[in-house]
Design a protein around this ligand. Sequence first.
Ligand code: UDP
Length: 412
Amino acid sequence: MKRRFAGSVLAERLARGSGKQVLLVDRRAHIGGNAYDHYDNAGILVHQYGPHIFHTNSKDIFDYLSHFTEWRQYQHKVLASVDGQLVPIPINLDTINKLYGLNLTSFQVEEFLASRAEKREHIRTSEDVVISKVGKELYEKFFRGYTRKQWGLDPSELDAQVTARVPTRTNRDDRYFSDTYQAMPKFGFTRMFASILDHPNIKVLLNTDYREVKEMIPYRQIIYTGPVDEFFDYRFGKLPYRCLEFKHETHNVPIFQPVAVVNYPNDCAFTRVTEFKHLTGQEHPKTSIVYEFPQAEGDPYYPIPRAENAEIYKKYQALAEATQGVRFVGRLATYRYYNMDQVVAQALTVFSQIAGLDRSNATDLKYEPGLTPLTISMSLNGNGNGNGHRNGNGHGHKGIRGRRRRGPLIPS
Ligand code: UDP
């Protein structure tokens, strides 16, 4: 296994859901991948790799994660710094009124936008998405500069899905997401991951590239969540990923900015500034923030959605599908610009395939805190379980279809 949301969810499902022995290997010094959060030197909970906000429309996914954390209800708000003002993004009624000093109603703002929107026959690129909804001027104020910074490409060079993530509204709704479930893990993401991985069948090996230990450890299957091109030694060339650098700061004031995130579409080298206390609800006399500086090189964060990259990925995908004993899961391994909930869904689908379950039963096994530790110590990756009656969850029988072997655990 390798890092990130996908790896942790699969580790949990394979261990608790079908009694497999799992070794999770990560190059980094911590669990949780990019969603890792921790208390900084000032004692403020910060997200090391930029803001992570959980949101989903899937009750199934929300319920599944709720086994591992309590939640803090949180509606994410973002402002954009445009023409010397902070205005709501997604663009809404208040954005237009504030920006142009108007007092339009919802109906009037709809007309206002319609009069500026430029009809596009086909919505292919990220430029088409925005210009066809709000016209060139607002596109340039809010999207063009931000996107060029974030991706190192013009919106016209990116698939529609990138800017289509951000809606346009004519009402006063100023939430960044409109999903049914929006929340932050009450004690942070790292605590949630620790709980997900808290199972006697799961061992975690940090500060380790899986290739360093691959030959030393017998295993049945690898779940790989790193960049797919790296796995195949860049056989078909490098798949472009966008990278980020972070600058963390603590300020000696209780509040730095009015909302959790402020976007800077047209000025500054960074794209956005996040103030964590808005996300976490923590009270503290100081406050910590992070600036995000997009980069071409470094640790990969985003696949870059555009046709020519999809072409390269297709080759890797075919190779991945033909590679026995390895499953590729997550943003980097499947080259998809997925949100956290989509990654969890993908991981659950892969789990259901491995376990021979219907997808609707993938989260079926109830979580039971306070598990009895295994009496046999064994930390190798999935050998079809074999730990029989002491399977570590005490109720792992549902839907497993005779995969369980009885008797002591035998290294494969
Ligand atoms: N975007 C933009 N201006 C904004 C917000 C978003 O141009 O103020 C574009 C940009 O291309 C960005 C994409 O919309 O990469 C998706 O935004 P989102 O906030 O979902 O990005 P993420 O949080 O995944 O980095």
